[in-house]
Each structure stands twice: as structure tokens, then as C-alpha cells.
Write a protein that binds this ligand. Structure first.
Ligand code: SF4
Length: 543
């Protein structure tokens, strides 16, 4: 608690994967222990997509109209078995940091981050075409299909796609640039590719067929044209969680981890018996799997840190009504401002400060600005709030790097043995896992031993079990933003408890709680799995 209270007194420096319209980082893998004899993952994907499309189209959370629209919604196309994301198999954990902490625009990893990564990939490909071909180029066009076309308007898929096409990197694109694209839809933007400069507008991103025989519900094509002639074209898929594939995609080869683990109990031998520090274990594995150097890995974590802290600072400095039908007013800046004159006392100020950081990044996600999935877009406010509060404590970047590795370990375990997707497991899988990662990060960064790190993660996850996903109007705002604030505060609470108790006396271990999350995910009614068919989504009436 002392550590938490220090957060209050430090000055603020300013502050899944799913197929749906919301925030998930769906791996398209069912929870490991899950058995679904009557309702397959593909069925779930269809239901989720249909419900999300309907909710967005009607733009109102009235229960009767939502149910009617869900009934009337078309079935989504099946996922192609050719997709690498469908072919993924189980085995030792080989997820890498770059796959896990993905940077790009919110609010949806599949509908904004994925499309921007796709068009930026296309921009880079065409930039390498022979000069004689580029000299003939007259236009760049993007066609959105399926769910991207049906729901892309509400999620800013077009502006994210245009930004990538204009050569803006997803990790570093300034928020003002993205806002400018949205606020001035007719503005002409110039992009130079080799010897040619092309004029692009939002109209070059075309909302095409919503129904058809697509490889994936989130299909898009990008073309370089010379008049009516296509010089270069590629079909892409935003397969969820910000991951992208394209026609003929082959997943990159990976090395084998030095320290093989699938469960927290597998780590025990390395961490407790062999006394290998958790960050070192993760670092060695990351180098073995990804082939990257230690320097590359630290640089990546430092970039993630900066994107997160910048996002929180921006969120704390802006007040606005967030995009979409809810007309939700941002809160982070006011919470910070009022801290100076509050009568809340130390505890109240500590909680308010941490919560304001969670709000700040959650609101940035809702604005469609650059976020980092941790583990998803909807839960993207939690780890930045934790990082910011650790910085308030003057925690060194070296320790924060170690915290990122510990947090990743928790995320990997949850991904591998349960799910990170609200569409598969409800919000326990997104905000619950984010909070659990945050607790591990705090414990690791503040020098706790492996048992305390594990207990802190367990505690945070345990107290999110059963939390449903029911975003109002299908937007990642209510309850998502406030949940990020709670997730960050609960991360601190979990650390405070774990660091004060006798570690060996904790009754529930991390593997048990991850298994409980998997079981709860399996048994949770599909109304509470990102379909906007239940809970808050049908209780809050907007019109
Ligand atoms: S309720 Fe939770 S799981 Fe659902 S969209 Fe919001 S943050 Fe994601």
C-alpha cells in the first residue's frame, strides 16, 4: 500500500482475436480445455459477427430491436482452412513479444489496427516495385469486404486504411493526423512512391460487398492502378487481434524456446529450483524463438513503453465527446485536474490517479488513436496505467522492461491455456488478463520474487472471473473504458495483497485460476461474449 500511496503524491506529467466489431484479440483458438459439442467456434464466430453487425447498424441498445436485428442478420462466411491462424496448433509456448504487444490505432484490433497494418504493408510492397512500373501508376485503391465493409464506418476502418496507404507506420502515426483524416473527409493527400506522386482521399477506400464467399469475414484488397490496368494487387485478411495475413501467406519460421513451458507449474522448476530470474528466462526464450538480439528486444519494449506513456499523457490532456452513438464524455483530464483540490485523502488520491491513467488510454483507444494491445485493444488502458504509475515511483526503465516480460509471461499462459478474446471468454479474458498482467508487472518491477509475481497475477485474475463482455451499442466504450481503470487499480490491489501475505500460504495457484477462466468461458452464455445481446448492451437505452 505504501507503494500505491506514493503514486498519489507524485506529480502527473500530463497522464483479441475476435471476428467482431469490438476489441478482442482473438487467437481463433478455442480455450484449451474447451469442448463444444453443440456450438463450434465457427458457429460462435458467425453469431458474433451477425450480432455485432446488427448492433452497429441499428445504433441503439433497445432490447427488442437488438434481438430483431440479430435474428435478421446474415450468417457470416466460414473461415478458410488455409488461413495460418486457423491451422495454429498447441505445443510449447512460442508467442513472441511483437505478436503480443501490437501497436496501431484503436478502437478495434481487427477493424482498425489490422487494416492499417495491411495498407502499410501494401505501401511498403509497392514502394519496392520497379521504377518503370511505378512511373505508370495513377491510383491506389483499397476495397473492404464482409464485416470490414459492414461495420468499418463506425470503427474508422477507412481512415486507418488511408493512413497506412499514405505511408504512416501504425506504431508512430500521430493522433492529430488520424483526427485530420476523420474531420476532413474530402481532403486530398499526396503520397510519393518512387518517381510518382499520387493523390489520395478517403474515397479511395471503398466499402465493397458485405456478403460473399470470402476467405475470411475481414477481407480486403489493395491495388496499384495505371488507369484501368492493375499493376499490382494483393488480397489481405485482418484475422483478429491486429494480426494480418494475405493470399499465399506463410507464417514466419520460429526457433524453439530454451525453457519449454505450457503452464505456470512448468516455470516453477526453472524459477524456484534452478533460480533463473523470470525476466532472464523470458528474454532467452524470446531470442531463441524470434532470432532477435537482446538489444532489439529492449528497443522494442522501450518503444512499447513510449507509445503507452504518450497515449496516457495525450489522454490526460484532452477533453472531448468520444466518437459514436453513446456520446460519452471523456473523464481522464478532469480526474487529473481535480486531484489538486480534492479532499479524498491519500487513498482516494492514489486510486483516482491510477484510475485516471486507465481512463486516459481507454479514451485514446475510443478516439481511434494509437494504442498497444495488452492483451487486447479494449483492455489497452490497464498496462499503460501501470507503467505510468511505476514511472511516478521513479522506477527505472530497466525494471519496467523486466515488468513487461513478466506481464507477457502471464498473457502467454492465459492465451495458451484459456483465451484472450471477449468473443470466447467474456471480459475476464480481456480486462481480467490485462489486470493480471499488470499485477505481475508491478510485482516484478518492484523487485518481488517469482512466487509473489505469480500470486499477484493469480489474485487479479481471480477477481475478474465470470466478468461478461456486453459493450453498449457494440462500441468499445461502455463498460470497457471504466473497466480499464478498475483493471489497473485491481492490479495494484492484487500486488499489495500478494506482497504482504506469506506467499506459500496462498490457497489458489495461477494455473488453477487460468483453468477456472477457461471453464467459465466454456460455460458462459454467448449473450455475454461480445455479441451485445445481453447485460449492459441491452439494458442501456440510447434512443
Ligand atoms: S466489455 Fe471487455 S471484452 Fe467486451 S469489448 Fe469491452 S473491454 Fe473488450
Amino acid at each position: 500500500m505504501d507503494k500505491l500511496l506514493k503514486v498519489i503524491n507524485s506529480p502527473a506529467s500530463g497522464c483479441g482475436s475476435c471476428h467482431t466489431t469490438t476489441c478482442g484479440t482473438c487467437t481463433t483458438e478455442a480455450p484449451k480445455s474447451e469442448v463444444r459439442p453443440t456450438f463450434s467456434r465457427r458457429d460462435l464466430g458467425r453469431a458474433v459477427l451477425a450480432a455485432s453487425v446488427s448492433t452497429l447498424l441499428i445504433g441503439c441498445s433497445d432490447k427488442a430491436s437488438t434481438e430483431k436485428a440479430v435474428e435478421a442478420a446474415p450468417a457470416a462466411p466460414a473461415l478458410s482452412p488455409d488461413l495460418a491462424v486457423v491451422q495454429q496448433s498447441k505445443g510449447p509456448i512460442i508467442t513472441t513479444l511483437e505478436e503480443f504487444y501490437k501497436m496501431g490505432p484503436g478502437p478495434s484490433s481487427s477493424h482498425t489496427m489490422g487494416p492499417m497494418r495491411i495498407t502499410y504493408d501494401f505501401f511498403q510492397r509497392v514502394s519496392k516495385l520497379p521504377e518503370d512500373q511505378l512511373k505508370r501508376a495513377t491510383a491506389l485503391k483499397v476495397h473492404l469486404f464482409g464485416s470490414l465493409s459492414a461495420t468499418g464506418k463506425g470503427h474508422g476502418t477507412d481512415r486507418a486504411s488511408l493512413a497506412g496507404l499514405l505511408g504512416k507506420a501504425p506504431a508512430t502515426c500521430p493522433p492529430e493526423f488520424l483526427d485530420g483524416l476523420a474531420n476532413n473527409p474530402d481532403e486530398v493527400h499526396k503520397v510519393t512512391i518512387g518517381p510518382t506522386t499520387l493523390n489520395l482521399t478517403l474515397k479511395d477506400v471503398i466499402f465493397d460487398a458485405t456478403k460473399g464467399e470470402f476467405h475470411h469475414p475481414n477481407t480486403m484488397t489493395a491495388k496499384l492502378l495505371a488507369g484501368n490496368e492493375t499493376l499490382y494487387e494483393l488480397e489481405y485478411y485482418s484475422v483478429g487481434g491486429g494480426f494480418i495475413e494475405w493470399k499465399g501467406y506463410k507464417p514466419p519460421d520460429k526457433g524453439q524456446p530454451k525453457y519449454i513451458f505450457e503452464h505456470a507449474r512448468d516455470l516453477k522448476k526453472y524459477l524456484i529450483d534452478d533460480k533463473i530470474p523470470l525476466p532472464k528466462l523470458l528474454l532467452v526464450n524470446e531470442m531463441a524463438i524470434s532470432g532477435k538480439s537482446e538489444k532489439d528486444i529492449w528497443e522494442f519494449i522501450d518503444q512499447v513503453t513510449e507509445v503507452m506513456v504518450r497515449g496516457v499523457d495525450t489522454g490526460l490532456s484532452v477533453e472531448s465527446v468520444l466518437p459514436g452513438p453513446i456520446k460519452l464524455h471523456s473523464k481522464a483530464a478532469a480526474m487529473q485536474r481535480n486531484l489538486k483540490n480534492t479532499a479524498k485523502g491519500e487513498a482516494g488520491r492514489a486510486v483516482t490517479r491510477v484510475a485516471s491513467y486507465g481512463f486516459a488510454m481507454g479514451e485514446e483507444n475510443a478516439r481511434g488513436h494509437i494504442i498497444v494491445t495488452a492483451p487486447t485493444a479494449g483492455s489497452a488502458g490497464i498496462i499503460p496505467a501501470v507503467v505510468k504509475s511505476l514511472r511516478d515511483l521513479k522506477t527505472s526503465q530497466e525494471k519496467i522492461r523486466e515488468g513487461f516480460l513478466a506481464a507477457a509471461a502471464i498473457g502467454y499462459l492465459c492465451k495458451h491455456n484459456a483465451t484472450l478474446s471477449g468473443a470466447e471468454g467474456g471480459c475476464q479474458a480481456e480486462v481480467g488478463v490485462g489486470s493480471s498482467m499488470g499485477a505481475a508487472m508491478i510485482a516484478q518491477a518492484l523487485g518481488a520474487g517469482p512466487k509473489v509475481v505469480s500470486n499477484a497475477a493469480e489474485s487479479a485474475l481471480e477477481h475478474h472471473l465470470g466478468m461478461t463482455c456486453d459493450p453498449v451499442a457494440g462500441y468499445v466504450q461502455v463498460p470497457c473504458i471504466e473497466r480499464c481503470a478498475y483493471g489497473a487499480v485491481k492490479a495494484w490491489t492484487a500486488y499489495c495483497i500478494a506482497s504482504e501475505e506469506i506467499p506459500e500460504e496462498r490457497r489458489v495457484d495461477l494455473d488453477t485460476t487460468i483453468d477456472a477462466m477457461s471453464l467459465t468461458a466454456k460455460e458462459m452464455n454467448s449473450k455475454y461474449k461480445e455479441t451485445s445481446e445481453g447485460g449492459l448492451a441491452v439494458s442501456v437505452v440510447l434512443c
